[in-house]
Design a binder for this molecule. Structure first.
Ligand code: C2E
Ligand code: CA
Ligand code: CA
Length: 711
C-alpha cells in the first residue's frame, strides 16, 4: 500500500522553510538595524560628550581671556618661563620697574592663556589656542582648519564650528568660536589695525577623541555581544518553530487525508489518487486501473452483539490485512463505517482486478480474534473497471458502489463488476424512491388479496394482503422491487401501517358481510424494519382497536432473514404480538438461512412452505420428500401449515394427501383487488373453494385486468 502522500508533505515542508527563511531574514535585518542604531547612538553620545568638554574648555578660556583683558594684562617678574614677550615690544610699558626697583614684564591675556593651555595640553591632551588672520605672535597663526573656520566666521552668520578632524594623524574634536575686539584688546592689537568690535579671530579648542573612542568601543563590544546572543536565540526559536509547526502541519495534513480509526487514506486522498490514475490514462490510453468498493457483511450485527469497541478493533485488523495484501502501487481507503474503497493500479485486465478482490475476500475467510470474541465476517465487492467513458473519480466510486450493491443483492460474499445497465437500474431505483413518496397520496398503491383455502372445509378461510403499485409511467411495479426501496429509504413504516389498517378494515367488512359466524383471517407481511421498531406492538394494537379487528384473526408474516439480522428486537416484537393474541407466521420457510433452532426459539404459530418447494414436488420424489419432512417438522412443533404457490390440481392432491390444512396459489386464485374479491364472495355465499376454480376467467393470466375492467 502506498505511504502517506509525500508530495503533500514536501509541499508543506517547502512552505515552512520559505516562511522560516523569511522570518530569519526579517529578524536578522531588525537585529542588524538595532545594532547599527545603537552603535550610532553611542558614537553620537561620545561625540556629544566631547563637544560638551570642548564647549566647557572654550567657555573657561574665554572667561579667562575676558578677565585678563578686563584687567589689561598682568605684570610678572620676568623669568625663564615668562621672558618679556617680543610680540609686545611695540607697547611702551611692556617692561616696568617698581618703586622698589623690581623689574616686571607684561603678560597679555593671549600670552598668559597660551602658557596655561600648553600646560593643559601637556596634562590632558586638550589643545586651546587663540588665532586670527593677523597675529602679534606667529605662533598663533591659524592652521588650515582654523583658517577655514575664520573664513566662515567672516560671513557673520555662523558663530560656532565643530568637526571631527585629525591633528598629526590623531582624531580630535575641533571646536571654534569667534572672538571680537574689546576695549581691553586695543592696547595690544591696535597695531595690527584692529578696532573695537572687529572680528579679531577665534579661540580654537581640540579635544582628543581617542579616550572617547575607547569608551565607545567598550560599549560597542557589549552591544555586539548582546545582539549576537539575541540573534542566536532568534535562530534557535525559528528552528524550533519550523520543526514544531512543520510536524504539526504535517500531522494536520495527514489527518485531513486519513481515517482516524484505521489510519488508512480517506476518500479525499483516494479520489486524488484516482484522479492521478485518470490523468495517467489520458496520457497512456493503454493504462488500466479499477476502483473497487467493499462492504463487510453483517457488520452491524457484529456491532450490535459485541459492541462498537469490538467492531472498531475488527475494522482495524481488517484494514491492516487489506493494506498487506495490496501491492505498493494500490490504495485502500476507508470510505466510512464498514466500507472500504480500493484503487487497483496498473492492471492488464478485469481478471486481474477480480483476482486481487478475490484475494481480499479470501483474507476475510478466517476467524478474527477480537477482545476474546471469535468473529466471522465476509464482504461483498463491486468493481468498476476503467473504460472509455469520461467518468470522474467520484462517479467511479459510485459505480463500484452500485456494483457492490448488486453483488450483495445476489447473495453475500460475492463480487460483481459494474456495467452500464446497473447504472440505469440504480437511476431507476432512485426514481422509484422519489415517486414512492407520493404514491400513497396519489392513490397509486392498492392492496390485492389472495384467498387462503382451508382444504378440509374446501372454502376460503382468509386472505393474504399483497401490495401493488400502479406507477403512472413505469406500469405495475412488483412489491419485490419497491418494498426493499421503501425499506432503504425509510418509507416502509408509513406504507406498512397503511396496508395493515386498510386490510384490517376491509377484511372485517367482508367478514361481517359474507361470513359473520366465522370471520376471515388476514395475513399481512411485515418488513424487518417494521419488526424491529420498538413501538410496533403498540402500533398494531392501535390499528386493531381502531378497525375493531379480532387479534386472533390477524397473522403477521415474517421472513427468516429478518430474524437472523435482528435477533433480539425480533424476539421482543414477536412475544409482544403474541401477548396481544396475534398469530405469527414464518414466511418463505426453507429459502433463507434459518436454522431449525430458530423454530424452537421463537414463538411461531404457522409455517408457510415456500412455493419453490411446492413446485419442486411435481418434478422429483426428493421434492415431495422435502415437503413431507417440513410438514412433519411443523406438526412436531405444533405449527399450523400453509402451502404457498399451489398452481395445479396435482400439487393440491399431493398436499391434500399429506394432510396439509391450508393452501394458497394460482390454482385457486391469484391475488385480486378488493372489488374482485367482493364479486367472488358475493357469487358464492359458502366461499366454496371449488367454485373459485370453476370461475374460469378468474384463473386466467389476465384475471387482474378483467377485474379492473369490471370495476
Ligand atoms: P410473499 O409474502 O411470499 O407473497 C407471495 C407471493 O407469491 C406473492 O407475490 C404472490 O402473488 C405470489 N403467488 C401467490 N400464489 C402463487 C402461485 O401459485 N404461483 C406463483 N408463482 N406465485 C404465487 P407478490 O404479490 O409479487 O409479492 C412478493 C413479495 O412482496 C411477497 O412475498 C412479500 O414478501 C412482499 N410483499 C407484498 N406485499 C407486501 C406488504 O404489504 N408488505 C411487505 N412488507 N411485503 C410485501
Ligand atoms: Ca407472505
Ligand atoms: Ca411467501
Amino acid at each position: 500500500m502506498k505511504k502517506p502522500d509525500n508530495t503533500n508533505y514536501n509541499h508543506i515542508k517547502e512552505k515552512i522553510v520559505v516562511f522560516s527563511m523569511l522570518i530569519f531574514i526579517v529578524m536578522t535585518m531588525l537585529i542588524g538595524y538595532s545594532y547599527f542604531w545603537n552603535i550610532q547612538n553611542i558614537k553620537q553620545g561620545e561625540f556629544d560628550l566631547a563637544l560638551q568638554e570642548a564647549k566647557a574648555n572654550w567657555n573657561k578660556d574665554a572667561a579667562f581671556r575676558r578677565w585678563a583683558t578686563g584687567h589689561g594684562g598682568v605684570y610678572v617678574p620676568p623669568s625663564e618661563l615668562t621672558p618679556p614677550n617680543p610680540a609686545l615690544s611695540h607697547i611702551p610699558d611692556r617692561d616696568v620697574i617698581t618703586t622698589g626697583g623690581k623689574k616686571l614684564t607684561l603678560m597679555n591675556p593671549a600670552y598668559m592663556m597660551r602658557q596655561m593651555t600648553e600646560e593643559f595640553e601637556a596634562d590632558y591632551g586638550i589643545k586651546g589656542k587663540i588665532t586670527g588672520k593677523k597675529q602679534l605672535n606667529p605662533i598663533n597663526k591659524p592652521d588650515s582648519w582654523e583658517l577655514q573656520a575664520l573664513n566662515i566666521f567672516e560671513s557673520g552668520k555662523v558663530t560656532e564650528v565643530m568637526e571631527q578632524a585629525a591633528i598629526d594623524g590623531a582624531p580630535y574634536l575641533r571646536y571654534m568660536k569667534p572672538m571680537y575686539m574689546t576695549q581691553g584688546c586695543v592696547k595690544c592689537h591696535a597695531v595690527l589695525g584692529y578696532k573695537d568690535g572687529d572680528l579679531r579671530g577665534g579661540v580654537s579648542i581640540a579635544i582628543p577623541l581617542k579616550p572617547y573612542f575607547a569608551a565607545a568601543q567598550e560599549s560597542n563590544r557589549s552591544i555586539l555581544t548582546s545582539h549576537v546572543i539575541i540573534w542566536l536565540i532568534g535562530c534557535l526559536a525559528i528552528i524550533a518553530f519550523a520543526i514544531t509547526f512543520g510536524s504539526l502541519l504535517a500531522r494536520m495534513a495527514h489527518d485531513a487525508l486519513h481515517d482516524g480509526l484505521t489510519k488508512l487514506p480517506n476518500l479525499t486522498l483516494l479520489k486524488d489518487r484516482i484522479q492521478h490514475a485518470i490523468e495517467k490514462r489520458r496520457r497512456q490510453p493503454e493504462y488500466l486501473f479499477a476502483v473497487c468498493f467493499l462492504d463487510l457483511d453483517r457488520f452491524k450485527d457484529i456491532n450490535d452483539s459485541h459492541g462498537y469497541h469490538t467492531g472498531d478493533h475488527l475494522l482495524k485488523q481488517i484494514a491492516a490485512l487489506f493494506a498487506q495484501i495490496l501491492r505498493p502501487t494500490d490504495t485502500v481507503a476507508r470510505a466510512g463505517g464498514d466500507e472500504f474503497t480500493f484503487l487497483i493500479n496498473d492492471i492488464a485486465s478485469t481478471d486481474e482486478a477480480l483476482e486481487i478482490t478475490r484475494r481480499l475476500l479470501q483474507s476475510l475467510n478466517r476467524p478474527f480474534k477480537v477482545n476474546q470474541h471469535t468473529i466471522y465476517t465476509g464482504a461483498s465487492v463491486g468493481i468498476y473497471m476503467v473504460d472509455h467513458s469520461q467518468r470522474s473519480a467520484e462517479e467511479m466510486i459510485r459505480d463500484a458502489d452500485i456494483a457492490m450493491y448488486r453483488a450483495k443483492e445476489s447473495g453475500k460474499g460475492r463480487i460483481d463488476v459494474f456495467n452500464p445497465e446497473m447504472h440505469e437500474r440504480a437511476k431507476k431505483t432512485l426514481q422509484i424512491e422519489t415517486d414512492l413518496r407520493e404514491a400513497m397520496d396519489k392513490n397509486e398503491l392498492e392492496i390485492y388479496y389472495q384467498p387462503v383455502i382451508d382444504i378440509h372445509q374446501n372454502s376460503i378461510c382468509g386472505f393474504e394482503a399483497l401490495l401493488r403499485w400502479h406507477h403512472p409511467t413505469l406500469g405495475s411495479i412488483p412489491p419485490d422491487r419497491f418494498i426493499p426501496i421503501a425499506e432503504n429509504s425509510g418509507q416502509i413504516g408509513k406504507i406498512g401501517r397503511w396496508v395493515m389498517e386498510k386490510s384490517c378494515l376491509q377484511t372485517r367488512d367482508w367478514s361481517l358481510q359474507f361470513s359473520p359466524e366465522k370471520h376471515f383471517s388476514l395475513a399481512v407481511n411485515l418488513s424487518g424494519i417494521q419488526l424491529i421498531d420498538p413501538n410496533i406492538d403498540v402500533e398494531i394494537a392501535g390499528i386493531l382497536k381502531y378497525s375493531r379487528f379480532n387479534p386472533a384473526d390477524l397473522h403477521i408474516e415474517v421472513t427468516e432473514t429478518m430474524l437472523i439480522s435482528h435477533k433480539d428486537a425480533a424476539k421482543h416484537a414477536i412475544e409482544a404480538l403474541h401477548e396481544m393474541g396475534v398469530s405469527i407466521s414464518i414466511d418463505d420457510f426453507g429459502t433463507g438461512y434459518c436454522s431449525l433452532t430458530y423454530l424452537q426459539e421463537y414463538h411461531f404459530d404457522t409455517l408457510k412452505i415456500d412455493k419453490s418447494f411446492v413446485q419442486d414436488m411435481e418434478a422429483s420424489g426428493k421434492g415431495r420428500q422435502l415437503v413431507r419432512t417440513l410438514m412433519l417438522l411443523a406438526r412436531d412443533l405444533r405449527l399450523s401449515i400453509v402451502a404457498e404457490g399451489v398452481e395445479t390440481k396435482k400439487q393440491l392432491d399431493r398436499l391434500t394427501a399429506m394432510n396439509c390444512p391450508y393452501v394458497q396459489g394460482y390454482y385457486f386464485s391469484q391475488p385480486l383487488p378488493a372489488s374482485a374479491i367482493e364479486i367472488l364472495l358475493g357469487a358464492d355465499k359458502h366461499h366454496d373453494a371449488q367454485k373459485l376454480i370453476s370461475l374460469p376467467q378468474l384463473n386466467q393470466a389476465e384475471t387482474e385486468l378483467q377485474i379492473t375492467i369490471k370495476k
